[in-house]
Design a protein around this ligand. Sequence first.
Ligand code: FEO
Length: 173
Amino acid sequence: MIGKKMQDALNRQINAELYSGYLYQSMSAYYQSINLPGFANWFWVQMQEETAHSQIIYNHLVDRGGRVHLLPIEEPPFEWPDARQPLEDSYQHEQKVTAMIGNLVNLAIEERDHAANSMLQWFVNEQVEEEKNVSGLVEQLKYAEGAPAGILMLDRELGARVFTPPAILTAGG
Ligand code: FEO
């Protein structure tokens, strides 16, 4: 059975993951509005990943006899000044999420909750990927700026991204 403090913190993290999904879905809609469907697809897949992240924590709570409590999701930003800004913002956002995961690991250690700590290690590794992917894209977009053909090429490439559910979910884990 999971402790109340850890349960509450994980419920807040479910909310944070769902907010991330909401933010990326809003970014996806922004890219649709400026006719970059590949970027829109990339952020749509990001949204699917965030939903999966919330499900991993949800499953953990259920598996440990905890109670899932879904909290209100804040409204995400709606407009950005140019095609690069959502990527810059999502890089900042992922760094915040990394700090949240770090705080949860600290709490799991304080609470001597080894099961939560083990589950959270998946997120520790995932955040390394998340930050790397989005910061890589920010850099690529900088190269392409001022060269519309470069942006369109990148858009085609990002249009090919597909969502793959994390193994931790498909394995029933
Ligand atoms: Fe759930 Fe993008 O971190």
